[in-house]
Design a protein. Structure first.
Length: 131
């Protein structure tokens, strides 16, 4: 049995296209899980006022780009209602009397954890697509 080189090339290209779609789907699903975990961790670790902690409750994870084949899925974790406070709380700020407030590092530790989790999730997504 003989096979034409063009037919073989077309078949390989089709298989690679299917593999790419599968990887993209797996990475998108993993990205959503990691983003949701990040929003949940920020809700748990954000500073709270004695009045109820509206800042901590306002963290959301949202898909910010639609998936085209070959594009990475993109999710943003943000504070929906108190977005102006994130930088001030994370880094501290000047006060009216010339002093500074202390920085409350609550975003950076979660970010570092999520980066590691995302790397592991992408590796697993690639491995699972090849099965």
């Amino acid at each position: 049995m003989s096979i034409n080189v063009d037919e073989m090339a077309a078949e390989i290209a089709e298989m690679l296209g299917e593999y790419q779609v599968e990887i993209t789907k797996n990475i998108d699903a993993s990205s959503k899980v990691v983003a949701d975990q990040g929003a949940k961790k920020l809700k748990e670790t954000s500073p709270r006022t004695p009045k109820g902690g509206d800042y901590a409750k306002s963290w959301k994870a949202e898909k910010t780009s639609e998936n085209n084949i070959g594009d990475d899925p993109s999710y943003t974790i943000y504070n929906k209602d108190h977005y102006r406070l994130t930088h001030l709380l994370e880094n501290g700020h000047a006060t009216r009397n010339g002093g500074r407030t202390r920085a409350i590092k609550h975003i950076q530790p979660v970010e570092q954890t999520l980066i590691k989790e995302y790397e592991i999730a992408v590796e697993e997504a690639i491995e699972n697509a090849s099965k």
